[in-house]
Design a protein around this ligand. Sequence first.
Ligand code: PAF
Length: 282
Amino acid sequence: MLSVNELTSLEEELSKASKKGLKIGLVPTMGALHDGHMELIKQAHLHSDYVIVSIFINPLQFNQAEDFINYPSNLLKDSNKLKNAGVDLLFNPDAKLIYPKEPAVKIDFGVISHKLEGAFRLGHFEGVGLVVMKLFNLIKPNVAFFGLKDLQQFILIKHIIKEFSYPIKLQGVITVREKNGLALSSRNAHLSPSGIKIAAQIYKGLIWAKNNFETFKSTDELKVQLNDFYKKQEGLSIEYCEVLNLNKFKPLKSLKNGKKTALCIAAYVEGVRLIDNIFLRE
Ligand code: PAF
């Protein structure tokens, strides 16, 4: 595996790959790689010929300095995992390369970027959108792979690709879970064994909602009952739970409209912020 952290070598490698007619697959990450990332890489191998993984902890998408500082990082361990997974190139730029100066241009990514994660983490999606566009511009992948655990991010990127006319195929990759249902996340590393047990209740609630959603009169009723379910779990504090139309990521009132629907949730356990979701209707 080649590891590059500057543009000249990146461009050289990209040009070699494109001369060979290889289909380039990009897996953007912030490192602290777990089996969820490995699934993205597995899909990238299946759907492209030359797999690039980027590792960049993007300061612009953290709304709290402390969260950025505490974000887990272990480049050596990550790099070994990527080598074993047969990745062709690791792009590991530093912040100066991505943001040589404070960005003079700010892009507002619209209504999707302002709700849920965007409302609770102000500026988050401006940072995500900007860095993803930069990675798309630098790497020009044919296919890009993003996890569906970050469903709002995935839907926003789908719109960015369409509206900014990127010739990139977007591939969503299923959420990988622990045996107890907890969605894999780099943040799980901050949880104690008992915190992990509590956090596993998040998915239990989502499954319960999916199994029962036909019986609710409205999304409000579903949310009230789901919150009651979670209130019984000591140590779990729900930040939001929302039922949304999958295409436009618009909150839904009625469950009877036949639209593709997802239930998204954010919660805190031991001060760690966790997100998850489930498709109620696909
Ligand atoms: O999902 C992530 O890990 C990040 O938001 C991403 C897409 C790599 C952008 O920094």
